[in-house]
Design a protein around this ligand. Structure first.
Ligand SMILES: [Zn+2]
Ligand SMILES: [Zn+2]
Length: 203
């Protein structure tokens, strides 16, 4: 058999498809929003980002970064992939009414790219990043509390302590069994946990 025939045969052989290929869930497909330069124009943020223009190289690189939105993350507002020059925003931020959170998160992630390119290291939320945020006139706050991105708002499961009412939210199904766990505050003897009706906390 020639190699070409062999390939054709195996390709058509149903035995090769014994493992079902699962289609990726639709919600995980990222939506392309364009480059940072295009996004700031669309969202009216050109002037706010341009405050960092004097930084030079980091700013220029940031303008060319690509922006996507994704539904994959439950509680993370945004993330910046520096090496790829890519920003991913939580799709919930693109809901009408969430513009202020969207803009703040977007500029926060832009500051990561600007700072890391400018200082040529992973600045995280350290001095370099804070300096860029100050230049942008943004509050240099590492983590914003956005209620619709909280664990409580996105919980598929919530355990409640029968003693103190303390809540434990899970955005994905936990591997642990409820009777193997106890309330942190009340301890293993008193802190028995009960399942709260799933989705009860979902808005
Ligand atoms: Zn950050
Ligand atoms: Zn408790």
């Amino acid at each position: 058999m020639t190699l070409r025939n062999y390939r054709r045969r195996t390709r058509n052989d149903p035995g090769q498809l014994a493992l079902p290929l699962e289609a990726p869930p639709v919600h995980s497909a990222p939506r392309k929003l364009g480059t940072v330069a295009a996004v700031v124009l669309a969202w009216g943020l050109s002037d706010r980002l341009a405050r960092a223009e004097k930084i030079g190289r980091g700013y220029d690189e940031c303008l060319g970064a690509r922006v996507t939105s994704s539904r994959r993350a439950k509680v993370s507002a945004g993330v910046a992939y520096i090496a790829e020059r890519r920003i991913v925003l939580n799709a919930a931020l693109l809901t009408p009414g969430h513009e202020a959170d969207r803009d703040a998160t977007f500029l926060h992630e832009c500051a990561h790219i600007i700072a890391d390119v400018r200082y040529q290291r992973n600045c995280r939320h350290g001095a370099g990043w804070r300096r860029v945020m100050e230049t942008l006139g943004e509050p240099a706050v590492a983590h914003h509390a956005i209620d619709y991105l909280s664990h409580a708002a996105n919980a598929v499961l919530t355990w409640v302590c029968v003693r103190c009412g303390g809540e434990y939210h899970f955005v994905r199904r936990p591997r642990r069994q409820i009777d193997e766990c106890h309330c942190r505050r009340c301890g293993p003897k008193l802190g028995r946990l009960a399942v709260r009706t799933p989705f009860a906390t979902k808005r």
